[in-house]
Write a protein that binds this ligand. Structure first.
Ligand code: KIV
Length: 270
């Protein structure tokens, strides 16, 4: 049985929650096999896989396709689908339909909304309709044109606003809260102020869980933010393997005899 939102919620303050992104079946299988609690099909797919320079162009269809692939390969983790830019927030019916697709068609267990004052009511509506919502405060990359990628919650006023929004989303029914790129002391205060688990990325050690973009965590990205630790060097391993393949084809070493099959009766075709 996959992990449930109730199980993730119950881990708050008890055990660290692990979350990684995945956008395809192979990666999801590897992440799931390692016992990661939550797989986020992030709209970071726009930057990591689709070649966009922000998450803004990502569509509901692209998110649904990636989510389906992840769900097919996942046995144990909770799968959360990110709602892409402008697929929610402006029209409640459309927002619910789009989020509903992630559960009905793609098989996700929950959705994530980049949150603000405009998502409190929507979080309540979705939760009441049976769509579990993960909230997201701090740096919200869909607001790149207003905020850039700067650390958030760095003034007393901004930190207090974040705390209020965290409480409002908890009250609205969100089952967890991502805190992205905020000072560690602010994340610690927010974590202490709500009962739902906070999951930090660039938010220090006091959150209830941690999330990273999988490409960053395994060392596949060509650039990573300062708060990322690379736990492998997949980029170098892939570069070496691709170069070795090119060399082997160019030198005639590949394919060798063991890679080829000769059918005895077909010695002379002409
Ligand atoms: O899209 C994403 O990968 C995210 C995480 C960075 C939390 O929202």
């Amino acid at each position: 049985m996959p992990t449930t939102v109730r199980e993730v919620r119950a881990k708050a303050g008890e055990e660290p929650i692990t979350m990684l992104t995945a956008y395809d079946a192979v990666t999801a299988e590897l992440v799931d096999e390692q016992g990661i609690d939550v797989i986020l099909v992030g709209d970071s797919v726009g930057n990591t896989k689709l070649g966009y320079d922000s998450t803004l162009p990502v569509t509901v269809d692209q998110m649904a396709t990636a989510t389906e692939a992840v769900v097919r390969a996942t046995e144990d983790a909770l799968v959360v689908a990110d709602m892409p830019f402008l697929s929610y927030g402006h029209d409640e019916t459309k927002s619910v339909e789009n989020a509903g697709r992630m559960l009905k068609e793609a098989g996700a267990h929950a959705v994530k909304l980049e949150s603000g004052p405009h998502t409190v009511e929507l979080t309540e509506t979705m939760t009441q309709l049976g769509i579990p919502v993960m909230a997201h405060l701090g740096l919200t990359p869909q607001r790149v044109n207003q905020l850039g990628y700067a650390r958030q919650g760095t003034t007393q006023e901004a930190a207090e606003e974040m705390l209020e929004l965290a409480r409002a989303h908890e009250e609205a029914g969100a089952f967890s809260l991502v805190l992205e790129h905020v000072p560690a002391n602010v994340a610690a205060d927010v974590t202490g102020a709500v009962d739902i688990p906070t999951i930090g990325i660039g938010a220090g050690p006091d959150c209830d869980g941690q999330v990273l973009v999988v490409d960053d965590a395994v060392g596949l990205s060509d650039w990573t933010p300062s708060f990322v630790e690379e736990f492998g060097n997949v980029r170098e391993a892939m570069t070496d393997a691709i170069g070795a393949y090119r060399d082997a084809v160019e030198s005639g070493e590949f394919p060798a005899e063991e890679h080829s099959h000769v059918e005895g009766d077909l010695d002379t075709l002409y």
